[in-house]
Design a protein around this ligand. Structure first.
Ligand code: DP6
Length: 405
């Protein structure tokens, strides 16, 4: 008996121009276009195995070792149904194809980063789900065509179907057929762009993005200005900056857009706060780092951006990362040793956390206690979903998860 199974991994993406607001909540059609950087799967990824088998009695899903209910009409069910529809088209064109679209599927997914770290996993998770089914069904669909389906799992997931620099074009059609992801540039265009994720402790559970953005759509007047004027201009300008590998312009736009996203959150009734004191201190450090550099005749060195939570992502050219890690560790002492995947520090140049950049005003922030920044992840721009070998499958021969947590 043939086994119909596929395993893929898919990356996380972090937006520079933020998606915040839907014009259609069922189809997940946004009120503005957005643009993100795909992060390297060597550091952060979701891995998913999908298997179709006529002996299965229903579609089932396991996430990080736990079975999740697939709710009728829910986002996961929609993605699976849409993928089966594309498979059916293949089978109708070529009747010799096995009728996989009629078999139930088992889907097993795992994130290599802790959910507790507060890193959004829905983008990489839905991208991996859609990519694994596309591979299982041997679909001829392009990443942009698949992005139409991943989008219905979670909006930001559509951008994880590509590596490099990715735009989600909002589209105008009511059926969503032109609301899809396109690659602005592959990672090879600008491999020098690195990212430092600062995992910030958060005692309280924030407002989930899905409900938060709907409240903003309903109540924020500022969001309307953002949608009409600000985002269209920024999409054009940041695309040009990426094509030109112009980091200072890329950085200015990224920081401005993070600021405006958090401003529209504050402009929501009742207001939504995603940043905390630690997030704001990291903003102050990056602003001062850039000010000191420009004052000394240099250029902007780093850009911060924040999603719907307190974690900071700092984008910077690779050459600046050493100084940035020193700076963050100096203000936010770490309990765990920095995972120096790119070999920034060596025995003769160890990470001390005492070296401030030239001309840096140390008074812009207080020094925080250990644990305020729980961890640092150094990564860089990465590639799109990868097909993995059957050795890496998460489902065993019986079609059930190999490891149960
Ligand atoms: C702040 O994609 O998680 O990260 O479509 O409701 O699933 P849903 O929302 P989601 O929102 C992401 C919001 C953001 C900005 C961004 O990634 O563009």
């Amino acid at each position: 008996m043939a086994v119909y199974q596929a395993t893929v991994s898919a990356p996380v993406n972090i937006a520079c121009i933020k998606y915040w607001g839907k014009r259609d909540t069922k189809l997940i059609l946004p009120t503005n276009s957005s643009l993100s950087v795909t992060l390297d799967q060597d550091n952060l990824k979701s891995t998913t195995t999908s298997r179709a088998d006529p002996s299965f009695d229903r579609d089932r899903l396991w996430l990080n070792g736990h079975e999740e209910e697939i709710k009728d009409g829910g986002r996961t069910a929609t993605c699976i149904a849409e993928m089966k529809r594309l498979r059916r088209e293949v089978e109708e064109k070529d009747p010799k194809q096995p009728k996989l679209s009629s078999y139930p599927v088992h889907i097993c997914s795992h994130n290599n980063f802790p959910t507790a770290a507060g890193l959004a996993s829905s983008a990489s998770g839905f991208a991996a789900l859609v990519a694994s089914l596309a591979f299982l069904y041997a679909l001829p669909a392009s990443p942009s065509a698949l992005s139409l389906i991943a989008r219905q799992g979670s909006g930001s997931a559509c951008r994880s179907l590509f590596g490099g620099f990715v735009a989600w074009e909002m589209g105008t059609r009511a059926d969503g057929s032109d609301s899809l992801a396109v690659q602005v540039a592959p990672r090879e265009h600008w491999p020098d762009l690195h990212a430092l994720i600062c995992v910030v402790s958060d005692a309280k559970k924030g407002v989930a993005s899905t409900s938060g953005m709907q409240r903003t759509v309903e109540t924020s007047a500022l969001l309307q200005h953002r949608i009409r004027t600000v985002v269209p201009e920024r999409m054009a300008a940041i695309t040009e900056a990426i094509h030109a590998r112009d980091f200072p312009t890329f950085a200015k736009i990224t920081m401005a857009d993070s600021n405006q996203f958090h401003a529209v959150a504050l402009d929501t009734e009742p207001p939504i706060f995603y940043l905390n004191d630690v997030s704001r201190a990291i903003i102050a450090l990056v602003v001062e780092l850039n000010r000191a550099s420009v004052a000394a005749g240099g250029t902007i060195k780093a850009a911060y951006t924040y999603d719907a939570g307190p974690n900071a992502v700092i984008y910077a050219p690779a050459a600046n990362m050493r100084e940035i890690v020193e700076l963050i560790v100096g203000y936010f002492p770490q309990t765990e040793k920095f995972n120096d995947v790119f070999g920034l520090f060596s025995a003769d140049k160890p990470l001390s956390g005492n070296n401030l950049p030239a001309g840096f005003n140390p008074a812009v922030s207080k020094k925080f206690e250990e644990g305020a920044v729980k961890g640092l992840i150094h990564t860089r721009v990465g590639d799109g979903p990868r097909a993995l070998s059957s050795d890496e499958a998460l489902l065993g021969a019986d079609g059930l998860p190999k490891m149960v947590a």
